[in-house]
Design a protein around this ligand. Structure first.
Ligand SMILES: Cc1ncc(COP(=O)(O)O)c(C=O)c1O
Length: 398
């Protein structure tokens, strides 16, 4: 059979990360590659007890079709929780999604036409590029530094008239892939220019609760509420297998997102929503998340110490994230991450080449001498062994 594919299907690419994860799943490989939360943090007992309560008290409703907007007590919890981000939203603005990845897909469907310009920071979350690309946008990379997106370059790229960007997609906290966080000043400048230019912001914040010493500054959405869609997730604070996330949209946009959600999957699984609402109803998150922060901080410090020790004199630089799951490494000039990965895997360690996270694959567009390291999936012992192996692979490549 000769299938004639839609143009949008032609534009879809296998995720580079998924391909790489196959290698990292080989036995004996220490992986700094995946974006997998530490399974040690999954609240299995609390989930088991809550599942039993939901099934015995509310089993029929939990297994029935349900409202597309989501389970009301969960929407109320989300609206309440967002007060800590400086956001004052009504539960009616909360749409429960099947992971925040679905939020990206819904946003793409309702805001992007073929040829629309959309703006992303550099580098950016690969999964967002995958969600946006099938809608055939022109993706414009905006310069970014260790404090996030560059406000002046963003202003220069907004555009006007038919050419005006449909939105800018931003990850202000412990960004994937770099682990960077936007400063208060940068947030204020970006929100100000978005308001002045009528530029919508899609704010993706799955890592914001995973701070080590102090919470990040209030969200961009709190500063530009009528012009922002905020995406949140339970994946990194409970468990990703639940596929539970949410978006918050202004009232003017919400009905279209809801229609897109109905078309996509009618609603997010009722059972999962009710179990999570049951788990979190009495302050569980406030007790549980600090344990994740403490673990990830310890693992991040172990990785930074291992980098300091093993990479001394090799000409690499890296950042010191204030939370989240990732850090970002710049290799010495001329050393490319993809060939290095081959050598590293032979020595038993894997990472993700940074070029995967750039919107442009034009010559010179992606920084090929970067890599993303996750510090949360490997144990401290594995971090030490893996970093020594990575240093050996680098030494061999210089
Ligand atoms: C920046 C970012 N956004 C969205 C997601 C999707 O998360 P989920 O669909 O599990 O909520 C991820 C997952 O790693 C992510 O890193």
């Amino acid at each position: 059979m000769n299938w004639t594919l839609a143009q949008r299907a032609e534009k879809m690419n296998p995720s580079v990360i998924r391909e790489i994860l196959k290698v990292t799943e080989l036995p004996g490989i220490i992986s700094f590659a995946g974006g997998l939360p530490s399974p040690q943090t999954f609240p299995i007992d609390a989930m088991r007890e809550a599942s039993e309560r939901v099934l015995s008290q509310d089993g029929k409703a939990a297994l029935q079709y349900a409202a597309s907007e989501g389970y009301a007590p969960l929407r109320e919890w989300v609206a309440q929780d967002l007060l800590k981000q400086g956001m004052n939203v009504s539960p009616d603005q909360v749409l429960i999604t099947t992971g925040s990845q679905q939020g990206l897909d819904l946003v793409a469907k309702i805001l992007i036409d073929a040829g629309s310009r959309i703006l992303v920071e550099t580098p950016t979350y690969l999964g967002a590029l995958q969600a946006f690309t099938p809608m055939e946008p022109t993706v414009v990379s905006v310069d970014s530094d260790e404090h996030g997106v560059d406000a002046a370059d963003l202003r220069a790229k907004v555009g006007t008239g038919a050419d005006k960007a449909r939105f800018v997609y931003l990850l202000p906290n412990f960004q994937n892939p770099t682990g960077r966080t936007m400063t208060e000043e940068r947030r204020a400048a970006v929100a100000q220019l978005a308001i002045e230019n009528g530029l919508p912001i899609i704010e993706d914040n799955p890592y914001g609760d995973l701070w080590f010493d102090a919470p990040p500054a209030p969200s961009l959405s709190s500063r530009h509420p009528e012009g922002s869609v905020y995406l949140g997730s339970f994946s990194k604070i409970l468990a990703p297998g639940l596929r539970l996330g949410y978006l918050v949209a202004p009232k003017a946009l919400y009905p279209k997102l809801l229609q897109a959600k109905q078309a996509a999957d009618l609603h997010t699984p009722s059972f999962n929503q009710r179990v999570v609402a049951e788990v979190i109803k009495d302050g569980f998150i406030d007790r549980h998340v600090p344990t994740i922060r403490a673990l990830y901080k310890q693992q991040c410090e172990a990785m930074l110490a291992a980098l300091d020790r093993e990479m001394a004199g090799l000409g690499l630089t890296w950042n010191r994230p204030a939370g989240g799951m990732f850090l970002w490494v710049q290799l010495p000039a001329g050393l490319k991450a993809i060939p290095l990965l081959d050598k590293a895997v032979k020595k038993g360690v894997a990472f993700v080449p940074g070029s995967a996270f750039y919107a442009t694959h034009e010559e010179g567009g992606a920084n090929e001498s970067t890599l993303r390291l996750s510090f949360v999936t490997a144990t401290v012992d594995q971090i030490n062994t893996g970093m020594a192996a990575l240093a050996a692979a680098i030494r061999e490549s210089l």
